[in-house]
Design a protein around this ligand. Sequence first.
Ligand code: SF4
Length: 77
Amino acid sequence: MADKNSKQPENAPGKWYVDTTCVPCHSCVDEAPNLLKYSDAEDYVYFDRQPENPEEEKAAQFALQACPTEAIGDDGD
Ligand code: SF4
């Protein structure tokens, strides 16, 4: 389960986030390419922006389910 106390700092404010257990493996970016971005060093991903409609919410949910390290959470602030 993702830890909202260990969010990557670049996450856009909101309930969706990536924590520091991201590998990265790219799976979530395939599911939500409009929401998730790689860090400059490409060593993790983060939510560049929060979902803004039901389709994007669904994409974020798919990204969460695709993550092998459970680095994606939807219980952020
Ligand atoms: S699926 Fe998980 S481990 Fe893979 S890049 Fe996304 S957040 Fe990181």
